[in-house]
Design a binder for this molecule. Structure first.
Ligand code: FES
Length: 332
């Protein structure tokens, strides 16, 4: 029987610092859909576990990612989650100007300085690769290719003939719990009967299964609707839910904001546009509110000091055990 991670790792600054470097500094992280930055100058940006990142479409049509930090005195190039710039990125602090491929074009008003070489002061680039239109970045230059990371999911989608639709709508929700609390909740269906009464009614007596394949966790409720062939309910290490159906998909990023703080960033994909999402949005809002209540209550208990470690069910919590084992490696 596997024992859980100790409570002190949830919401503590030291654990956050280790996870920020050893998990989010090395993994492929979902940034957005490439169609959200379709034209030259379009950009998307995010703050993910303290990594402040942007991707901008160059004049050559290539989408590139950079740390959102100016090489002068660390000002931001862009603010917000998405937008457009005309031909260059301009620092918001003192106005240094960068080309869309990251070179320093002009150190505005800087004046003469011995040894100053603008060629050495380009933006700090980050690896960006796309899979089925989804753009991922990886802060680790030595990491294996994105294709390896998503291979089990690609195989499953191909086997079931599923496509990725176009981006239709974004939503986000802030939660007062550590990212691990929410991810662990996502990785098991054990709580559905207690926390999600409507969903439990829809699933009925379905055989709920969870399996791990490389960096992918697949959950299936066998016997519901068209059975497992209806879609794929997946989760990619370290923080991404990817649920793909016949008529669309929902991407859910569990974005760590700091120790004990998480943002859920949803991207709904649907070729029929936002108007077709009525029922899916309603169900998503209901499930998120139910999960938020239980996860915030769990976080409060983890922080309260009475509970240290618990145990995991081999029957229901195999994916949680896998997730915690990976994290235990960096916390020992
Ligand atoms: Fe960017 Fe000064 S920090 S121009």
């Amino acid at each position: 029987m596997q024992v859980t991670l100790p409570a002190r790792l949830y919401g503590c600054p030291d654990a956050w610092a280790r996870e920020r470097a050893a998990v989010f500094g090395r993994a492929w992280l979902f940034l957005g859909h490439e169609a959200e930055a379709a034209a030259p100058g379009d950009w998307i940006a995010t703050d993910l576990a303290g990594h402040r990142l942007l991707a901008v479409r160059g004049g050559d049509g290539i989408l590139r990612a950079f740390h959102n930090v100016c090489r002068h005195r660390a000002g931001p190039l862009v603010r917000g989650s998405g937008g457009h710039c005309e031909g260059e990125l301009v620092c918001a602090y003192h106005g240094w100007r960068y080309t869309l491929d990251g070179r320093l074009r002009a150190a505005t008003g800087f004046g003469a300085a011995e040894g100053f070489d603008p060629r050495t002061l380009g933006l700090l680039e980050v690896r960006l690769e796309t899979w089925r239109g989804l753009a991922f970045i990886c802060p680790d230059a030595g990491a294996r290719p994105l294709a390896d990371h998503v291979a089990p999911l690609e195989a499953l989608l191909a086997e079931r003939g599923l496509e990725m639709a176009a981006p239709a709508l974004r939503r986000s929700h802030d939660l007062g719990c550590d990212w691990k609390v929410y991810a662990e909740n996502y990785l098991e269906g054990y709580h559905i009967g207690s926390v999600h009464p409507v969903l439990a009614g829809e699933l009925g007596q379905a055989d709920y299964r969870v399996r791990v394949d490389g960096d992918l966790v697949v959950q299936e409720a066998v016997g519901v609707n068209d059975g497992p062939q209806a879609g794929v309910w997946g989760w990619l290490w370290p923080n991404l839910g990817i649920n793909v159906y016949r008529d669309g998909a929902m991407i859910e990023r569990m974005t760590p904001l700091g120790p004990g703080r998480t943002r859920l960033d949803y991207l709904f994909l649907n070729d029929s546009g936002p108007g077709a999402l009525g029922e899916a949005l309603e169900a998503s809002d209901r499930l998120t509110a139910e999960d938020a209540r239980i996860c915030e209550a769990v976080q409060a208990n983890l922080s309260a000091g009475a509970y240290d470690t618990g145990v995991l069910s081999a029957r229901h919590e195999a994916a949680v055990a896998w997730f915690q084992s990976r994290l235990a490696e960096i916390h020992t």
